[in-house]
Design a protein around this ligand. Structure first.
Ligand code: GLN
Length: 281
């Protein structure tokens, strides 16, 4: 007898709930959609989809991975960000909804002035750079990362979204090598957790996501401090920076940017201080 999707989903949801996974039913449904190659909506609308034996074993083994704590995005290999789908793998941080804030701020500022030249420092899967290229008509972006596997993945994302001619990927430590005085704006979601923050973070993050994309020395602030000087050098006069940071870092980060103009701290949807914008002048 063929296995029926809703029965498998019920069983998997119960197992995921026992394992303490967030949103167990949603996870089970998304894994089902991935295994059947269809949307979650279809899984929801048609409870009687039939699975072959090999699909059943694939479903069960992916559910086991989720029960052990592996993030769903690594299991399905994709994550939505700013309304676009991005490939992700273990070489990159999974794009977070709160990171949409720095894209939103940059888009708000530059949407009506096309032909902007920007850099995304520490691009990971490329979500920020690719979204900006899609949202700001005619913009050109440089996207760098210190990790080669992440750059290869980011380039695939640019190709999938059709912006490969407007986003250029290169390997660099925090944008070293970009010509001084050339950029209209810089965006970055750098590593900003301290070692202590990392010890408190969930196992899903600490055991699966890349340490070097999360943790920064100097109480989580070293990369932000270095970015301040690198960005100052690379930007044109009146150029802007949009930077993500930890919710308890706004005071220190504002101090770091004391020579900049129009320094603003922006809150994420959860009401936490999450981003800084500032103008070089
Ligand atoms: N907001 C992320 C987290 O807490 C950290 C992202 C980062 O360090 N850039 O998991």
């Amino acid at each position: 007898m063929a296995a029926i999707s809703s029965h498998l989903i019920n069983k998997a949801s119960a197992a995921l709930e026992r394992a303490g996974v967030d949103s167990p039913r949603l996870s089970a449904r998304m894994i089902m959609g991935f295994v059947l190659g269809c949307s979650q909506e279809k899984v929801l609308t048609y409870p009687d989809l039939a699975l072959e034996n090999n699909q059943v074993s694939m479903f069960e083994s992916l559910v086991r991975r989720r029960a052990e704590g592996e993030p769903l995005a690594y299991i399905t290999g994709s994550k939505e960000f700013y309304g676009y789908d991005f490939l992700v793998d273990k070489s990159v941080l999974i794009p977070r909804p709160e990171t949409e804030l720095i894209v939103e701020l940059a888009v708000e500022h530059f949407k009506s002035s096309p032909d902007q030249y920007f850099a995304d420092i520490g691009t990971g899967c490329g979500a920020i750079a690719v979204s900006l290229a899609l949202e700001i008509r005619g913009s050109l972006g440089l996207a760098c990362d210190i990790s080669l596997p992440s750059l290869l993945l980011a380039r695939r994302n640019a190709l999938i979204q059709g912006v490969q001619d407007r986003v250029f990927f290169f390997r660099s430590d925090l944008g070293m090598g970009i010509r001084p005085g050339t950029l209209d704006f810089v965006v970055s979601n750098p590593p900003y957790l301290s070692i202590q923050d990392m010890a408190r973070t969930s196992l899903e993050v600490s055991a699966y996501e890349p340490f070097h994309a999360l943790v920064s020395p100097d109480n989580g602030l070293q990369h932000i401090k270095r970015l301040q000087s690198v960005a100052w050098l690379m930007l044109k006069d009146q150029g802007m920076i949009f930077l993500e940071m930890g919710n308890d870092q706004s005071h220190e980060v504002e101090k770091t940017f004391s020579k900049w103009k129009k320094v603003r701290i922006h809150k994420d949807l959860a009401g936490y201080d999450r981003a800084l914008s500032a103008v070089k002048s």
